[in-house]
Write a protein that binds this ligand. Sequence first.
Ligand code: SF4
Length: 311
Amino acid sequence: MVLFITGTCHRTCWYCPLSRMRKGHDDVYANEKKISSPDEAIAVAHLMSAMGTGITGGEPLDRRDRVVEYARALKEHFGPDHHIHLYTGTAPSDEDLFALVGLVDEIRLHPPYEEWESILESEFIKSAKQAKELGFDIGIEVPALPGLEKLKPALPYLDFLNINELEWGETNADEMRSRGMEPEDGVHNAVMHAREWAEELRRCEKVHWCSSVFKDSVQLRKRLIRIAENTARPFDEITDDGTVVYGLIEREDNTIPELIRELGDEGYEMTPDGIETAWWILTENAGILDGKKSIIERYPNRGFIVEVTPV
Ligand code: SF4
C-alpha cells in the first residue's frame, strides 16, 4: 500500500512530480483514497492484502508524529512482518531515527540534486550511517537526472540505490521544457534520455532501476488485481488488467426478471444502478431480457468506470 502522509514539503525540487491536487495540501491518502485515520489505512491495506506499506509525501517527516501513529497502527494490526519503508527528502536527525525504530524497516533518502556533487560531506551520509547502526535498511531513491553518477561514492554506505525514471507531469512540465527536456513519446510520461543518464550507475551493484512503465502499469496492475480478488462478487469477471466486468440491467419498474432470480443470491445483486449480474447472462439472453442492458468494465471496489458497452 502507498500511504501518502502529507502533501506539504519544505523543498521546491523543480522536477517534483506531485499533482496539484496533492501538492501543498496536508491530506492523507491510502493508495488513491483520501483518509483521516489509521483505521481507514488498515481497511485499505486489507482490501488489497497489502504485505507492506510505503510511506511517501510531500515530506513525511514534516509530520513525524503522524508517521509514527500510522506506522504503529499498521505494525500492531498486521504484525512486525508488515514491511514499512519511508521516503524522505530530509537527512533524518537522531531524534527522528529513534522515533522510527521498530516501526519503519527501511528508509529511502532523497538528497537534493544540488547536494549530489558533495554527497559524502552531506548530512545524508551521517544519517545513513546512524540509521544503519540502529538497524534500518538504508538507501537512496532519486529520479534519473543528468549527473546521477555523482552519487556513486555513497554506495558503500547504503544497502541500495533506487533510480526512478524521470517523469513528466502537469506540475513540472514547464520546468522540464525550460531545461530542454521532452517526453519520450505521446503515451508514457517518461522523459527522453532519462535512461541514458542512469546508464553508468545502473551497472553498479546495489543499484535498481524503476522505469516509469513499470511503475505505471505493472505496480498499478498488481494492486488492482489484489483489490479485485478481495472484492469481486461471484459473477464479476476479473480481467488481466485488474478491472472487473459485469452486466447491468436497468428497468423502470425495478423488478427482477425470473431468469435472473433463478440464478440465486450469488448470481445477481440489486444496486442503486440496477440489476447486476454476469455479463454473459446478458449477451446470451439479450432477446428475452427486457430493459436497458449494458456491460460495464470498471476499477474494482466500485471504482472508476472504464467502459460501458450497450448490449
Ligand atoms: S522533496 Fe519530494 S515532495 Fe518535496 S519538492 Fe522535492 S520531489 Fe517534491
